[in-house]
Design a protein around this ligand. Structure first.
Ligand code: C5P
Length: 221
């Protein structure tokens, strides 16, 4: 039945933002709440899976019976994800990983300088965690990514699916104000190589249940 569609499966989910340190007191990050990833973790656990939730800094309670690994920056998240993915059947990258991090982390708090009204921060690219998992030739789980887009949602999601070698991508239109980032609601389009299915706006918990059923069905070997 649908309530145990992941019985015996192991699922790893990344969620929330990452924080990229500039100095001991400052960081670059984004407004991700982690709600979608946590809702997916809860739904997957209720569907019978063993769930590892790799969480960036968020203010959310750990769903019952879910193993949570807290991380701060993208490189920590990648290390935890690579380790957990070795033993899993399904990997879902729901985290809003910072694309870039400061090229260097200052050991001491960066000081203002008298008469200096401009400043610049050099950035370097972070590793793409979900693409790294999807690129594996061995121990490659069924790999699902998210795409937050503000325009041509399906077009960019298809492109991302192919470029990152994902099995499925969940696209959401973050241009609407009552869904997506930080909201309790979301509307998504589930895209794989053969099909595209729109799931209309719903509470993230309800959407998570629907997504877990779709993922379980598609991940079947
Ligand atoms: O390229 P973009 O950031 O839009 O891709 C979003 C998807 O890729 C999400 O599934 C996100 O979790 C994942 N991602 C990642 N590591 C990154 C950037 C994005 O796992 N450094």
């Amino acid at each position: 039945g649908s309530s145990d569609c992941l019985r015996g499966k192991s699922v790893v989910i990344t969620a929330g933002p990452t924080r990229e340190a500039l100095d001991p007191v400052r960081y670059l990050s984004n407004h991700s709440s982690g709600k979608m990833g946590f809702a997916l973790a809860e739904a997957a656990q209720r569907a019978g899976a063993q769930v590892t939730l790799i969480a960036g800094p968020v203010n959310l309670a750990t769903p019952a019976q879910v193993k949570r690994v807290d991380v701060v920056d993208a490189r920590d998240m990648r290390a935890a994800a690579e380790r957990a993915a070795d033993l899993c059947d399904i990997f879902i990258g729901a985290a809003a990983v910072a694309d870039f991090r400061p090229a260097t982390m200052a050991e001491q708090k960066i000081k203002k300088r008298e008469g200096c009204d401009e400043s610049a921060i050099a950035l370097v690219k972070n590793p793409d965690i979900v693409a790294g998992i999807a690129a594996r030739s061995q121990r490659r789980p069924f790999t699902v990514g998210f795409a937050a887009e503000t325009q041509q949602v399906e077009h960019y999601a298809q492109d991302k699916l192919q470029r990152k070698n994902l099995d499925m991508i969940i696209a959401n239109d973050v241009s609407s104000t009552n869904s997506g980032f930080n909201s309790d609601r979301n509307a998504v389009t589930v895209i794989d190589r053969h099909s595209s299915t729109h799931l209309p706006q719903a509470l993230k918990a309800d959407l998570a249940r629907q997504l877990i059923e779709i993922i379980a069905a598609k991940a079947q070997p």
